[in-house]
Design a protein around this ligand. Sequence first.
Ligand code: NAD
Ligand code: MG
Length: 395
Amino acid sequence: MKRQKLTVLGATGSIGVSTLDVVARHPDRYEVIALTGNSRVEVLLDQCLQHRPRYAVVGNADAVAGLTERLRSAGLNTEVLAGPAALEQVAALPEVDMVMAAIVGAAGLQPTLAAVRQGKRVLLANKEVLVMAGALFMAEVRRYGATLLPIDSEHNAVFQSLPADYAGEPAGAGVSHILLTASGGPFLGTPLERLQNVTPAEACAHPNWEMGRKISVDSATLMNKGLEVIEAHWLFNLLPEQIEVVIHPQSVIHSLVQYVDGSVLAELGNPDMRTPIAYAMAWPERIAAGVLPLDLPAIARLSFEKPDLLRFPCLALAFRALRDGANAATVLNAANEVAVAAFLAGHLPFLAIAEIIAATLDAVPVRPMADLTAILAEDANARAVATELLARKSA
Ligand code: NAD
Ligand code: MG
């Protein structure tokens, strides 16, 4: 079998590490061509020593010489590059078959688009890409014939529960709506008064999933589910009212599809991102992912409840942005990235994250975005507005 050649964008993060774990289980199937990291150069070095890629990309040009030298002394001739242009370069390499898009946030947009424009198989973890630029991104996927496979566990579950030939037409496929499950995050049962004083460490202590810090805070505010609602809209061509969110604290059912005849199909499993990663890497085949089989008697109970939009207003803000359309989700995403970074730095109380996002949405008019330049301008403008609102809050 010809080995599939792979670029991992965001290799040093939580999804990147899980991806390389799956790769290491199947050396006969996959070959790593490029790995990228931002600041965790030590982790990237170790990954290079194990996977021997042709290219490694770091965030800061100052790190290139040191990493190159250490790779050379280990007998590797991996070429070390730096910066955003290098990310695009390794995503678009002609010899690469598939690209794992696992950078966090808006920084992943252009490298992921570069892979799409080469018609690659794109494994999309970086949900912010679809939130900030969904219309353009999906149009480019169609135009360049890229294969887009969702890594987000909920969307991967929906993908698995839809007909294999689903082509973005819910009515034709007999789909009524989808149910995205949400664990509820670490503050599911926390009263509103207590939420005012929760710390970044508490917000990042997720009960079921081990993830990067930004998505961990998004899970704690439920903005992660809001971003996923927008992601589902673009991936599966669903109206806002066809996307329902249900809290399911055990994270065993990863999401469900409700059909018009009353049938509900779902994908279940232990909460381990190696399942959706392995599924997308091998699709339409299946390969071992190192995930333990589901032990239902040990889990004993699965429970469900409605999300509380009073304590978690970010979910409602995301629905608002999806309904508003045009630039609104781009603004939502940018304001969220600014507010979450401020919270993680200890400069903003937890509940103020939603306030900053709402105020940014109120301040920026809803207006169409014609192209990538306009999207990037909206992103930059919303960051400036959110930053100004933050400064006023702490003044
Ligand atoms: P992480 O913080 O652990 O890793 C982020 C990766 O992006 C790192 O490799 C980092 O070096 C890189 N990166 C960060 N900023 C960068 C920049 N400016 N330029 C280039 N590279 C940069 O995050 P994660 O938890 O692995 O999440 C990655 C993406 O996957 C996010 O969009 C997240 O929403 C999504 N996702 C994650 C999970 C999960 O279980 N961790 C599940 C579903 C979706
Ligand atoms: Mg998810």
